[in-house]
Design a protein around this ligand. Structure first.
Ligand code: TNX
Length: 565
């Protein structure tokens, strides 16, 4: 037996046990019918129940790569229920091959056992709750982590607020689960409005609660550049701050003396350390961060910082209004590519993700048409249209990113100019682009505006809602999304998964952001995790059990009463 716990620690453990168990507190009992979002593959109820106490220990099999992540997650979960717990509640050792039980037992302690089961799929897990104990088995460490997130929902929400908990009783049951889709994404726009590291972390927590695993971080746009760069300090000094912010609805370019602005400058950026901190925080929750650097459109903040990056060299201001801007990166001058390659190299050093997002959306060619450098480039390269010029630029950066062993992701506009087979297409203007790309053999992420744009209104009576971009995506509408519709089995395999997006033109606070995210992100997460077993009636009853959990965690969400209307 390979015991990693020392006798002195054992003594400390039992002392801690005595202290903790002598504290009074509420005794909670979970509902008999568990309610979990996203819907697990199978829940089988058993006989009897299990009661967890404040001294619940965590016994985990050692020598499993990354196991410390789900173990820490479980420790955090138990702490949020029972209050501060001693580190000494951990114990690493062998799990007996025959029984699957820890080979040691400390009398008087209840244990959650966490181990791998090679029979389970990647990211899959099984939770076995029985009167004898609680066992978490994962196909890998990620699977164990998702089991912890399910356990969070099996515990009554009252456990996470108020008075200390003395015990939690859970009905005996077995949950068997695995994700249907590998890519379960969420995009946060931190360019239009800046959110602090702590706020971004809370959004990542909400993602983890819903078993999402890719955080697409929109970091640059016309209205702000948020990435600290050693080589290009003006990006932060100039590009990260706008003078003022449009208040109210964007009138579509017809601004006059009646247009209202908040005259307070708005800005912010992330240092390299902060971005790495986010990468690590997300990794602990099995979430990959994919950074997005917009190119060649949505570039005004970059051009304001370094005017030579534009076609005319004019000095611009960081943009203060929304919508599409004509001022984009010059595609003729070599300096543009030098800049983008330097930035991408810095970005790839911070973000270890296999994919790097290059934007590519909404890029007008008005400046290129008048630019001698751009037209010369077209002649030299034999390019017949301005879209081909955009394709040329994206392909160059694609080669650069590939030379680092990474792949490019772009919004579906990049299809118009031709893409390499390695490029991943993010389909946002409907699913047509995604369908076309998947049929071509490219990998695809589906996030059409119609279902996945959570910056759109969620209730039809928009006058009573915080100002939003427009559109209407009710919870039911978001839930009804079928990302594989229109695809045969072969091309369906190219769909990596789905993503919800929140753009922040009209969202300036974390509360406002969470209001748009919750509960609709739960619907998108169920499409990604539970594809093939979705059922709106079941979801609409299960979602009502999420509100107390959101409240207990301090997350703002849309009101449930209006959703049930
Ligand atoms: C379109 S989606 C955009 C964003 C806006 C969003 C508002 C995409 C690739 N581009 O720049 O913020 O609509 O919903």
């Amino acid at each position: 037996m390979n015991m990693k716990i020392k006798t002195s620690h054992l003594l400390a453990v039992s002392l801690a046990t005595v202290i903790l168990s002598s504290c009074a507190g509420k005794a909670l009992e979970a509902a008999d019918t568990p309610s979990v979002i996203p819907l697990p593959e199978e829940i089988v109820t058993g006989e009897g129940s299990l009661t967890l106490f404040p001294d619940t220990g965590i016994f985990f099999s050692e020598d499993v790569p990354d196991m410390y992540r789900p173990v820490s997650a479980l420790q955090r979960l138990l702490t949020s229920v029972f209050g501060e717990r001693t580190e000494l509640t951990f114990c690493a050792g062998d799990i007996a091959a025959d029984s699957g039980e820890p080979e040691i037992r400390i009398p008087g302690r209840n244990w959650v056992t966490m181990a791998l089961d090679p029979e389970l799929p990647r990211s899959g897990y099984r939770i076995e709750i029985a009167p004898e104990g609680l066992k978490i088995l994962g196909g890998d460490a990620a699977g164990c982590f998702y089991a912890v997130e399910t356990l969070r929902q099996l515990i009554p929400a009252e456990a996470y607020v108020g008075e200390k908990v003395a015990s939690v009783t859970l009905p005996a049951l077995t949950v068997t689960d695995a994700p249907a889709m590998d890519y379960r994404g969420f995009m946060m726009d931190c360019a239009r409005h800046f959110f602090t590291v702590e706020e971004v972390k809370e959004v990542i927590d909400i993602m983890a609660m819903h078993k999402l695993n890719v955080f697409h971080w929109h970091l640059t746009d016309d209205q702000g550049w948020r990435i600290e760069s050693e080589k290009y300090p003006e990006l932060v000094r100039v590009g990260s701050v706008r003078k003022r912010t449009l208040i109210g609805k964007d009138p579509g370019g017809t601004y006059d003396e009646n247009t209202r602005y908040d005259e307070t400058p708005h800005g912010g950026f992330y240092t390299k350390e902060q971005m790495k901190e986010i990468v690590d925080y997300a990794a602990d929750r099995f979430i990959t961060v994919i950074p997005e650097v917009e190119f060649p459109g949505h570039a005004v903040a970059a051009l304001a910082s370094y005017p030579y990056l534009g076609c005319t060299g004019e000095q611009y201001e960081v943009r203060q209004t929304w919508d599409i801007d004509d001022r984009v990166f010059c595609m003729g001058k070599e300096t543009t590519f030098g800049f983008m390659e330097d930035i991408l190299a810095e970005v790839m050093e911070i973000f270890p993700s296999a994919y790097i997002h290059i934007g590519g959306d909404e890029c007008p060619d008005k400046m290129w048409r008048k630019c001698p450098d751009c037209t010369r480039r077209m002649k030299e390269e034999g390019l017949e249209s301005f879209r081909e010029l955009q394709g040329y630029g994206v392909a160059r950066l694609g080669d650069f990113v590939e030379s680092f062993g990474r792949h490019l992701i772009g919004w579906d506009e990049i299809l118009e100019a031709g893409v390499t087979p390695e490029t991943i297409v993010m389909s946002w203007r409907g699913t047509e682009g995604g369908i076309k790309a998947a049929r071509m053999g490219n990998r695809v992420i589906m996030c059409p505006t119609e279902y996945c744009y959570l910056d759109y209104y969620q209730f039809p009576d928009t006058e009573n809602e915080p100002l939003a971009w427009g559109g209407l995506i009710t919870l039911e509408k978001a839930y009804s999304f079928d990302p594989l519709s229109g695809l045969d089995e072969t091309s369906s395999r190219n769909v990596l998964g789905v993503q919800a997006n929140i753009w922040t033109e009209y969202i300036s606070t974390l509360d406002g952001f969470e209001y748009m995210m919750l509960p609709r992100v739960a619907a998108i997460s169920e499409t990604a995790w539970s594809y093939g077993r979705k059922d709106w009636t079941g979801f609409s009853s299960r979602i009502s059990r999420m509100y107390p959990l959101y409240d207990a965690c301090g997350y703002t969400h849309a009101p449930s009463s209006r959703i049930e209307e």
